[in-house]
Design a protein around this ligand. Sequence first.
Ligand code: 3H9
Length: 715
Amino acid sequence: MYNNELEHHPQVSDHAVHLERSGNILIATIHNPPVNAVGHAVRTGLLAALQQAQTDPKIHALLLIGSGNHFAAGADIREFNKPRQAPLLRDVCNQIEASNKPVIAAIAGNALGGGLEIAMAAHYRLAVRGSQLGLPEVKLGLLPGAGGSQRSTRLIGAAAALELMLSGHPLTAEQAIGLGLVDRLGRNARVDGLAYTHELLAKQCGVRRSSKKVTKLADPAAQQAAIAAARAKLPTQFRGLLSPALIIDCVEVACEQPFATGCQYEAAQFQRCQASPQHQALLHAFQAERAVAKLPNLVGGTIRSFTQVGVIGGGTMGAGIAVVMLDADLYVTLLERDKPSLFAGLSRIEDIYRQRVSKKRLSVTVAAARLAKLRGTVQYQILDTADLVVEAVYEDLAAKQAVFRELDAHCKPDAILASNTSYLDISAIAAVTSRPQSVIGLHFFSPAPVMRLLEVVIPPQASAGVIVSAFALARRLGKIPVRTGICDGFIGNRIMSVYRRAAEAMLEDGASPYQIDDAVRGFGFAMGPFQISDVAGGDIAWATRKRRAVHRSPQERYVQIADRLCEQGWFGQKTGRGWYHYESGSRSGQPEAAVLEIVARERERVGIIPRSFSAEEIVRRYLAAMINEGANLVEEGIALRPLDVDVVLLAGYGFPRHHGGPLHYADRIGLPKVLEDIVTFAAEDPLFWRPSPLLIRLVEQRQTFASLNVLHSSH
Ligand code: 3H9
């Protein structure tokens, strides 16, 4: 057995790459938890392994594996903003390929980015079934920078390489073998890797250099067609993005130029990407999405386990939440007030699974297994074993309090009681129970199974155990949890109501809804505010405006145009008319002359002479409103850090990821500039454009929002 032959050689073992010998094979294990990122120590360790393999005549081959659940998840992103330290990954890969003794990579878990580049530089590749092989650099605004674009094109051809690099999605081992990216499937990286290496040695297979492989490039016309097809998609799929365009260029060079020229070209493009604001923004988004799940100010608390979940209310939101729970393998009991509502709720859930099956996103068997964990009830006592209950009834404090009184009476003492309210005071809901420490807000976004954001609303009474459990649950549900304190609208909806008001003011002052939507899309949002209103239903925001009317200051500028539309029954897509009109059943709207007439009449009524707006000014005002309110939320302690605001807008409101979120973007354009804009706008509406005290302070101290992220994260 190969395992019994293992010898350990601590004298050559580097901290991040363990070396051991198995007969005439040197095994190098990348060990850099949590994800085996290829940092400086790993690169140095790999070179030491190569050196050992080259110089020791008893070694005939080098086997590369990873420890834990990963082969290697890519270059170490923590080194990105530091000076580069030799050896560079590109040189390590080239030396691996140049080895005179066969190098075999045996992949288990993730081989991503630089991790896959190492594997592609090796002479042979084995992958454990189910492992993931990908080049996700594009998601960080980068491209493979260690020869990956050149080797992948040679190994799998331009079309597959482009798909791998432009999508950033990993291939499974099974897909990778189909493409020729790996040579062998296995069950265990070490055991099967050793067996494969022995087999290669026995057959005297020798080295096989990826850079020399030409068979996949044999048909230049096919490669060019793949490149042209990818370029044609740039304006629609990757509008305004740098790295996708450069990835295509690199593939083209790989098809036409010698390997060394291609690598030089790739290195130059990698550096261009690395220096771009897009990379900084995407890196910030990646790191911020992980940082939000950390709660630096929280002490203690034990994570509870979840098996059974109750969901109160089977409307769109409740049904969606039930699906999220079922998808996470939890047992779900849906409670409704009467049998007809219960049947309607249960069939909504079934419909979601039916659609997934018909779209081939889920197999019939898996859908059936998930639905088998669902039951319905109209009696609260059935929820006595639930570990968590999420209430999703309509937004009415009294109705929610009534639900929580029932839950308090029937749920077990350590159950977590959560409300999905999108603006009500959770403390007032908790107050009707005998256990306010167990009450929390879990604000899902619609459609709940799709949207990754989960605002975790934390009332002051909530216990540490409840909070950490909610965050642990979010991870299990595949959501990005962001802590928020209590205020009307929490982080996301509060900011949205402000930038919507900025958009409506521009509308009344002279911009058309179509011009505003266009400008906002031009910045990178998928939709503008008026399109979103049509999708969400104008009646929802109308109800909120009516609710807030009693608290509205008479001095506040209130634009009534949206109300005029709603009074006509024009609520958007669902009524076939809103800011746009929709041909029967169509989801794409057309500008509506009648809307422009209403807008003109309203301007006349309030005595506004319309003026023109450039797209640039529209975006500047829209974002200034967003940034200012984001700063207010941090100042008030509703959001823990600026990065929490960024993640809410990125994960829940379609803020373009390559701008990193509103507060990251504000840092980039410069806070003095943002403040100057707000002060200028304030001349026309001082109540709305009140600069946030935090923004003023940061400008005075010549600081950035990012400085507050660092402060809080190091607690
Ligand atoms: C690249 O390779 C460039 C090269 O082509 C060229 C170079 C010249 N480095 O996501 P998780 C941390 S670009 C350092 O929660 P999961 C992460 O921050 C890179 N750290 O786990 C977190 O830390 P913390 C291309 C990293 O199981 C912890 O690991 N590669 C890195 O849900 C756990 O992460 C990628 O883009 C890294 N590369 O998912 C892959 N990756 O606990 C990026 C993660 O302190 N990574 N961390 O918050 C991923 O996609 C996921 O992390 C992965 C695991 C799927 C691996």
